[in-house]
Write a protein that binds this ligand. Structure first.
Ligand code: ADP
Ligand code: MG
Length: 864
C-alpha cells in the first residue's frame, strides 16, 4: 500500500479495531468513510462516492455525511443490520499538535440503540447472547432500552435454540467465535439478526447485583458473555440493568417455530404485518409498555392454572365494571413509557421534556391506585398495593422543571424560579437590566420627541437605539454614539446602555450554564429511583394488558373459559381474527369436542369449506385461554395444553433451503418427536406436497402413530377421502366434516361442522369460483367423470407407478399412463391443432377486426 498521511494512518489504526462496523470518522463538519466502508456505504445510503488524493496513483474511495444530519444515515444503516462506530475528535483542533486525537466514543449496533427514533415503541429491542455447554445452550436476552434481562436454558439441542429464538424481537446476537460456521450462518439467514462476537466470559464483580439470583456457573458464564460485550462496546452506564430473570420453559406452553409462524400470533405469515394477527385483535392496551408485555405473553402462554385464573379474575373484574375500566383506560393513557424513560435516565440521555413527562405520569399514579381499589376482586386490591411511588420524585420534578421546557438542555429556560437562589439572582440581574432598558426607551422617546425611537438587540451589535432617517432631524447632535447605518435608519449606542448590556449578557450566560448544571444534578438524582420506576412500570403494564383483555372481550363477545383435565368442550367456537375481518354475523360458529375417547378428529370437506379455519380457531382459543384472556365462543371448557404443534399451509422456508415437502415433514417430525398426551397437534392436509400414494401412506402412518403412541389431542384435516375408513380401526379417532351443498351445479359452503366423513370432493367447483375459463371447467368435469369410471382396484394396482408421478392434487387417484389411453389423448390432439394454429398467426399483419374473426374461429374449434 502507498505511503499514508499521518491522518490516514490514524484512521487505519482505529479501523483495525472496528472491522465489522462502518467507521464514521469525524473531519470538521463531516463524518467521512474510506476504502471499502465508503464503497458499501455509498451504495446503502445512496450518497456520492468520491476519492481522496485523486491525483495520486492509488486514490482512496471516500464518502461523507454532514455531522448535523448524521442521525438519519446511521438509522438507515442500523435498520439494515449494520454497526456504526462513531469516531470523534477528542481534543481541540486549535490547540492540537500534529493530527487531532480521535477516538471511537460509541459503537451503535442494532441491539444496543437507545435513540427514540430508532426504536419501535411497541416492541422490545433485544440483544441476545448464545453460549454452548456440554448438554445445553443458554440464551440471554437483554433490552437495553428497558433494562430487562432474561435467561433461558435450552436442553433439546440446536433445533430448540432456533425454535426459541424465532419470532423474538432480537436484533443482534452475541456468540463465541468458536460457534461452528454453519450454525452462525443459520442464525443470520433464518433469524435475520446481526452477529457479534465475545469470547471473554469471565465474570466481572461489577455485575454482582445483577446476578445475585444466579447460582449456576453456566448461567453466570452466559450472562457474562453478554454483559462483557455490552460493556466493551457501549462504554456507558448500565445502571438501569435489572436482575436476570430465569425463564423456566417448562412453565410455559411451548410453541415451536412453525406454530408461531403458522398461527400468525404476532404477525401474518406472508406480509409479516401485525394487521391480521392475533396480537392485532387482542391489543387494546393504551400504553407502549402494555403492548410490549402483551407480545411477550403471546410468546409464552402459561401452564399454571392458578396463575391463569388470577389473570382471568382480574379480567372479569375489569369486564364487569366497565365505567371504572373506562376511567382507568383514560388515566393510563396519560402514563408515558416509564420503562424506557428509566432506561434513558440511566444512559443519561433524557431531556427536560422527558422529565416533565415522567412527572405528569407519576402524578397519575395515586388516581390509578384509587381506581383499582374500586373493583371488588381481591386480586385488584393486591395490584393496588403494588402501585406506589415515592412522592419525593414528583416533588423534586415539580419544584425544579418548568411546565413546558424546551428540547435542548443547553440553552436554559428549564428550571423554575425559586428552585435555586443563585439562579434567581442571575435572572433578577438580567430582568432588571431589561427593565432598565425598557424604561430608557420611554425616557428617550419623550426627551427627543421621536415616537418611533426604539431599542433593539442583535447578536452582533448587542443593544442599540434605532432612529429612522425621517426623524433624524429631531435628534440633538451628539446625544448618542453612531454604531451602524441602515438604508432607512441609524443605530446608536450609549456607554450606559453598553454597561447594562454587559451585565445582562453576563447574567444570562451564567444562568444558562447554571441551569445546565442543575439539570444534570436532577437527572443524576433520578437515577437512584430507577429500580422503583421499573417496578412500577411492570405493574402498570400488567394492569394495562388485563384491562385490554377485558376491553376486547367485551367488544367482541368473548366468554371466560373454565379448565378441565379430560374433556374439551367448546360451544359455538369462532375464529378471533377471521370474524373481525368478515361482516358482522357472517362467521359461522361451530362446536369442538375432544376427550380421551375421541382425541383425534379427522376433518374432511371440500376446499375452501373452512377446515383450516376450524383447526386454527381451536389453537388460538387455547392460547387466548392460557394467557388469561376470555375466548371467542358461547362457552368453553378447555384443557391446559403443554405444547402446540402445527403443520398448516404451504410455507416454503426457501431462505433456509427447504422445499414445501421438506418443511412439511420437518414440522410433522418435530411434532411427533416432542408431543405428549397433553399436547395439541394440528395437521392440515399433511402429505399434500408429494404424490398421492406417498402422501396418503404417510398421512395414515402419522395418524396411526399419534393414535397408538402419543395420544395427543389432534385435529387432522385431509383431502384423502380414503383416510376416513380409519375410524373403523382406530377407536379414538372420530370423523367430522364440513358441510357443503351443491346448488344448481355450484357448491355452496355452509361452513358447518358435522359428524361423520364428507361424501365427495368439490375441487372443480372451487376452480369455478376462482373464475377459471368456463371451457376449462367443462373440460375438467368431463375428465373427472371419465376418471371416476375407472375402478379403484385398478388404480390401486398401479400404486407403485403412481408413487413416482407428480403431485396430482385434488383430482385424486389416477396414473399418468391411464390418462394417455383415455379419450383425453384424442382431445389433446385436437387441442394441439388449435394451439398450432394459434402459434402460426402473424399478429402484425392482422387488423383488429381480422383478429376478432380468427379468435371466433379458434374458439369454435376449441369447443368442438
Ligand atoms: P379449507 O381449509 O377447508 O380449504 P379454509 O378454512 O381455508 O378452508 O376457509 C376458506 C374460507 O372460508 C376462509 O377464508 C373464510 O373466509 C371462510 N370460512 C371458513 N370458515 C368459516 C366459518 N366458520 N364461517 C364463515 N366463513 C368461513
Ligand atoms: Mg385448508
Amino acid at each position: 500500500m502507498a505511503k499514508q498521511t499521518p491522518m490516514m494512518k490514524q484512521y487505519l489504526s482505529i479501523k483495525e479495531a472496528y472491522k465489522d462496523a462502518f467507521l464514521f470518522f469525524r473531519l470538521g463538519d463531516f463524518y467521512e468513510l474510506f476504502f471499502d466502508d465508503a464503497v458499501q456505504a455509498a451504495r446503502e445510503l445512496e450518497i456520492t462516492l468520491t476519492k481522496r488524493d485523486s491525483g495520486s496513483p492509488n486514490p482512496i474511495p471516500m464518502c461523507g455525511v454532514p455531522y448535523h444530519s448524521a442521525e438519519n444515515y446511521i438509522k438507515t444503516l442500523i435498520e439494515k443490520g449494520y454497526k456504526v462506530a462513531i469516531c470523534e475528535q477528542v481534543e481541540d483542533p486549535k490547540t492540537a499538535k500534529g493530527v487531532v486525537k480521535r477516538e471511537v466514543i460509541q459503537l451503535i449496533t442494532p441491539g444496543t440503540v437507545m435513540e427514540k427514533t430508532m426504536l419501535n415503541e411497541k416492541e422490545n429491542n433485544y440483544i441476545a447472547s448464545l453460549s454452548h455447554f456440554d448438554t445445553s445452550y443458554v440464551l440471554v436476552y437483554s433490552d437495553l432500552s428497558t433494562g430487562e434481562n432474561q435467561l433461558v436454558v435450552i436442553e433439546d439441542g440446536w433445533d430448540g435454540v432456533i425454535h426459541e429464538l424465532y419470532n423474538q424481537p432480537i436484533k443482534e446476537i452475541v456468540v463465541s467465535s468458536q460457534l461452528p460456521e454453519d450454525l452462525q450462518k443459520q442464525l443470520k439467514s433464518r433469524l435475520h439478526v446481526t452477529l457479534s462476537y465475545q469470547d471473554e466470559v469471565t465474570f466481572n464483580a461489577e455485575y454482582r447485583n445483577l446476578c445475585e439470583n444466579l447460582h449456576d456457573e453456566k448461567l453466570l458464564t452466559a450472562f457474562s458473555r453478554l454483559l462483557n460485550y455490552i460493556q466493551h462496546t457501549q462504554k456507558r452506564s448500565l445502571g438501569h440493568m435489572q436482575q436476570a430473570k430465569v425463564i423456566a420453559l417448562q412453565h410455559h406452553l411451548s410453541l415451536d417455530m412453525y406454530s408461531k409462524r403458522n398461527l400468525e400470533l404476532t404477525e401474518t405469515l406472508i406480509k409479516k404485518e401485525k394487521y391480521g394477527s392475533l396480537l392485532w385483535v387482542l391489543d387494546k392496551t393504551v400504553t407502549a409498555m402494555g403492548s410490549r408485555m402483551l407480545k411477550k405473553w403471546l410468546e409464552r402462554p402459561l401452564l399454571n392454572a392458578r396463575e391463569i385464573e388470577k389473570r382471568l379474575n382480574i379480567v372479569e373484574g375489569f369486564y364487569s365494571q366497565f365505567m371504572e375500566r373506562d376511567e382507568l383506560r383514560e388515566t393510563l393513557k396519560s402514563v408515558y413509557d416509564l420503562e424506557r424513560l428509566a432506561g434513558r435516565i440511566a444512559f443519561g440521555n433524557v431531556n427536560a421534556r422527558d422529565l416533565q413527562q415522567l412527572k405528569s405520569s407519576l402524578q397519575k399514579i395515586p388516581a390509578l391506585k384509587q381506581l383499582l381499589l374500586q373493583f371488588s376482586q381481591p386480586e385488584m386490591r393486591q395490584l393496588a398495593k403494588q402501585i406506589y411511588i415515592d412522592p419525593k420524585i414528583v416533588d423534586i420534578l415539580q419544584t425544579s422543571i418548568v411546565e413546558d421546557p424546551p428540547i435542548s438542555i443547553k440553552e436554559g429556560g428549564i428550571i423554575k424560579d425559586g428552585y435555586n437562589e443563585q439562579l434567581d439572582t442571575y435572572r433578577d440581574a438580567s430582568r432588571n437590566g431589561k427593565q432598565w432598558i425598557a424604561e430608557l426607551e420611554q425616557k428617550e422617546k419623550q426627551a427627543t420627541n421621536i415616537k418611533s425611537l426604539k431599542i433593539g438587540y442583535n447578536r452582533v451589535f448587542g443593544y442599540y437605539i434605532e432612529v429612522t432617517k425621517a426623524n433624524l432631524h429631531l435628534l440633538p447632535e451628539g446625544r448618542y454614539e453612531r454604531k451602524q447605518t441602515l438604508t432607512n435608519a441609524e443605530r446608536y449606542i450609549t456607554p450606559e446602555l453598553k454597561e447594562k448590556e454587559q451585565l445582562i449578557l453576563e447574567a444570562e450566560e451564567k444562568s444558562v450554564e447554571l441551569e445546565y448544571q442543575l439539570f444534570i444534578e436532577i437527572r443524576e438524582q433520578m437515577k437512584t429511583y430507577i429500580p422503583e420506576l421499573q417496578r412500577l412500570a411492570e405493574v402498570v403494564s400488567y394492569v394495562d394488558v388485563l384491562q385490554g383483555f377485558a376491553t376486547v372481550s367485551e367488544s367482541n363477545n368473548y366468554v371466560r373459559p373454565t379448565f378441565d383435565r379430560k374433556k374439551l368442550r367448546i360451544k359455538q367456537s369462532r375464529h378471533p381474527v377471521i370474524e373481525q375481518v368478515m361482516d358482522d354475523g357472517t362467521f359461522v360458529p361451530n362446536d369442538i369436542a375432544l376427550d380421551e375417547h375421541s382425541h383425534i378428529l379427522l376433518i374432511t370437506g371440500p376446499n375452501m369449506s373452512g377446515k383450516s379455519t376450524y383447526m386454527r380457531q381451536l389453537a388460538l382459543t387455547v392460547i387466548m385461554g392460557q394467557i388469561g384472556c376470555f375466548v371467542p365462543c358461547e362457552s368453553a371448557q378447555l384443557l391446559i395444553f403443554d405444547q402446540i404443534f402445527t403443520r398448516i399451509g404451504a410455507a416454503d422456508d426457501l431462505v433456509a433451503g427447504q422445499s414445501t415437502f421438506m418443511v412439511e415433514m420437518l414440522e410433522a417430525n418435530h411434532a411427533i418427536a416432542n408431543a405428549t398426551e397433553q399436547s395439541l397437534i394440528l395437521f392440515d392436509e399433511i402429505g399434500r406436497g408429494t404424490s398421492t400414494y406417498d402422501g396418503m401412506a404417510l398421512a395414515q402412518a402419522i395418524i396411526e402413530y399419534i393414535h397408538n403412541h402419543i395420544q395427543a389431542k389432534t385435529l387432522f384435516s385431509t383431502h384423502y377421502h380414503e383416510l376416513t375408513d380409519l375410524a373403523n380401526t382406530l377407536p379414538n379417532l372420530k370423523n367430522i366434516h364440513v358441510r357443503a351443498e351443491e346448488h344448481e351445479g355450484n357448491v355452496v359452503f355452509l361452513h358447518q361442522i358435522k359428524d361423520g366423513p364428507a361424501d365427495q370432493s368439490y375441487g372443480i367447483h372451487v376452480a369455478k369460483l376462482a373464475n377459471l375459463p368456463s371451457s376449462l371447467i367443462t373440460r375438467a368435469s368431463k375428465i373427472l367423470m371419465e376418471l371416476e369410471g375407472t375402478s379403484q382396484s385398478e388404480a390401486e394396482t398401479k400404486a407403485e407407478q403412481a408413487a413416482s408421478t407428480e403431485q396430482t392434487g385434488q383430482l385424486s387417484f389416477f396414473t399418468e399412463e391411464k390418462q394417455q389411453h383415455q379419450p383425453v389423448s384424442k382431445s389433446n390432439n385436437h387441442d394441439d391443432k388449435v394451439i398450432q394454429e394459434l402459434k402460426d398467426l402473424d399478429l402484425f399483419t392482422l387488423t383488429p377486426l381480422d383478429a376478432m374473426n380468427v379468435l371466433y374461429q379458434l374458439q369454435k374449434k376449441a369447443r368442438k
